[in-house]
Design a protein around this ligand. Structure first.
Ligand code: SAH
Ligand code: SF4
Ligand code: F3S
Length: 525
């Protein structure tokens, strides 16, 4: 399907074509034209489909098109001159990177960025749908923006990211927050110039969300957040369909970028002086499976290893597709760092089965054994969900014992949150909140203890730190991460920001290390 057909068939609604010369709308008046129910039925006629496991599973790789022809329409190239934009980002690194792309597009339209809502002409909320509390935060923020819109009707307020891929969210905004000008989905970012045009000159709220799986648009502009570390997407979407997770629906099908496009981007970043890249995907170990060549993450890392960029990380790994070739390549070291984030979710094989993770406790432990054998110094971190439907005390204890057995040095831990449209949401959320909270507390106490113990090993040792800038708490202190992802605070001249330096650790805490710069070892490169 080409772009034009897709436009016609997949969008919920693309507002009527607009006349650039018409008066900018006065947003608060425009909604008097249609009631919220009329708007909803208009937007959700037949084209939008809410999360649907059966349908989503029937995705086929031939539906993915790669585009190299992104361009900003001539009439939109100077629209932002003298104007400012603010993007608030929630959720994971995917969203952070999408924000960099949107910032790139807006900058190319003449807008400048601002940190303040007071002087912003466009405010975009790049949202996350992973858990209910993530969504509540965004709805709170939308409410806070209303007075700004009342004061300045020309302000454009947009909601994008994963929440806008959910029908219930779009309905709620249409009904309860009609002052929002623009809602667009994760597959619609490249349409931002057109959508802003419609929001500026159209008469109604602009809603464009493709439930379609999305294509790959290669040549989108980006304004990266900083000059030291960079995100590089290697793939988009997820086809794993863990039963609790909304991501396969909000981000579409798994689709890999061509290796040559990724390598070119990494080379370019190296040439620009970036010191660290993180390869991004929801399930990076599935990289290449959808390509028409026999090429996987191990092959890609083996090529990136040879590029002159000091540090390469990747996230997120799924244990199921973590193959021996990748372990072999990672073990070569060099710029491939010794830190693997390997979400386990639960230590019980039975819970893992109902989560549809497609590995058992034993499979996971065997993978950890292989990784440790090849990379004895590797740091392992993980994600864990507690209180999944029917999780028994014994099953939770298995999670505790797995955390100890693997020796995770840190973990993101979550209380299960039912997400509408996922298979697990149909099951009774039957673990009482106090039990969930107690399990979370016990798990966190264990993770904290292990983290503090791991930190103790660094006492008196010298580590290599990529200096990122002033510490958040004290501008006289610099901070940065070690190769194994430990945050280090130390005093030093601002001139070493962006360099990799040696720091001797003098004090260890649960999550951070304090140290002293080893002056003679400052790298000059
Ligand atoms: N793609 C990554 C993680 C994506 S989401 C992976 O598969 O590992 C990040 C984490 O959020 C997940 O690892 C999981 O621990 C958590 N998570 C996802 N859905 C959740 C839900 N419905 N409730 C609670 N936590 C959830
Ligand atoms: Fe969600 Fe990750 Fe599972 Fe994909 S692999 S469904 S993103 S938890
Ligand atoms: Fe959230 Fe979407 Fe990332 S749901 S975790 S922002 S992929």
């Amino acid at each position: 399907m080409n772009e034009k057909q897709r436009l016609e068939s997949q969008q919920i609604k693309q507002s009527d074509s607009t006349d650039v010369k018409s008066e900018p709308n006065r947003n608060l008046d425009r909604l008097k034209k249609l009631s919220s129910d009329e708007l909803i039925s208009k937007y959700f006629q037949t084209t939008y489909e809410p999360p649907n496991l059966k349908k989503a599973r029937s995705r086929r790789k031939k539906d993915v098109d790669i585009h190299y022809d992104f361009d900003i329409p001539l009439e939109m190239r100077a629209v932002g001159k003298g104007k400012k934009f603010l993007i608030r980002t929630y959720g994971c690194q995917m969203n952070e990177h999408d924000t960099e792309v949107m910032a790139g597009i807006l900058t190319n339209m003449g807008y400048q960025s601002t940190d303040s809502t007071d002087d912003a002409d466009i405010i975009l909320l790049n949202t996350c749908a992973i858990r209910e509390n993530a969504e509540n935060k965004v709805f709170g923020e939308i409410g806070h923006l209303k007075p700004l819109k009342t004061e300045n009707p020309d302000l454009i307020i947009g909601v994008c990211g994963c929440m806008s891929q959910e029908e219930s969210v779009v309905n709620r905004i249409l009904k309860k927050h009609p002052f929002v000008d623009l809602i667009f989905g994760t597959h619609n970012i490249h349409r931002l110039p057109k959508l802003i045009n419609e929001a500026m000159f159209g008469k109604e709220m602009v809603v464009e969300v493709w439930s379609k799986e999305g294509d790959i648009i290669e040549n989108l502009p980006k304004v990266r957040n900083g000059k030291i570390k960079a995100w590089v997407n290697i793939m988009y979407g997820c086809d794993k369909f863990c039963t609790y997770c909304i991501v396969p629906y909000t981000r579409g099908k798994e689709r890999s970028r061509r290796p040559e496009d990724i390598i070119q981007e990494v080379r370019h970043l190296a040439a620009q002086g970036y010191k660290e890249i993180t390869l991004l995907g929801q399930n990076v170990n599935a990289y290449g499976k959808d390509l028409d060549i026999d090429y996987g993450l191990g092959d890609l890392m083996d090529e990136i290893r040879k590029i002159d960029i000091p540090r390469v990380r990747f996230t997120t790994s799924h244990p199921r597709d973590f193959d021996d070739h990748l372990i072999e390549v990672l073990a070569k070291g060099g710029n491939l760092l010794d830190h693997i984030h390997l979400p386990v979710q639960s230590g019980s094989s039975e819970v893992l089965r109902v989560m549809a993770r497609r590995y058992t406790r034993e499979d996971y432990l065997e993978l950890v054994r292989k990784i440790r054998e090849a990379m004895p110094n590797a740091t392992l971190t993980t994600d864990i969900i507690v209180g999944f439907p029917n999780e028994t005390d014994e099953q939770f204890e298995q999670t505790m014992s797995l955390v100890e057995e693997v020796g995770f040095e840190s973990a993101y831990t979550f209380i299960y949150s039912p997400r509408e449209g996922t298979p697990a949401a149909k099951w009774e959320d039957n673990i009482p909140m106090e039990v969930k909270k107690e399990r979370l507390q016990r798990l966190n106490a264990l993770v904290n203890k292990q983290s503090a113990e791991a930190m103790k090993h660094y006492e008196g040792k010298t580590v290599k730190v990529l200096v990122e800038g002033e510490s958040k708490k004290d501008p006289d202190v610099l901070s940065g991460y070690t190769e194994r992802n430990k945050l280090v605070n130390f005093k030093g001249p601002k001139s070493i920001i962006g360099e990799i330096v040696e720091v001797k650790i003098t004090n260890t805490k649960t999550w951070t290390l304090d140290g002293e710069l080893v002056e003679s070892a400052v790298e000059v490169n």
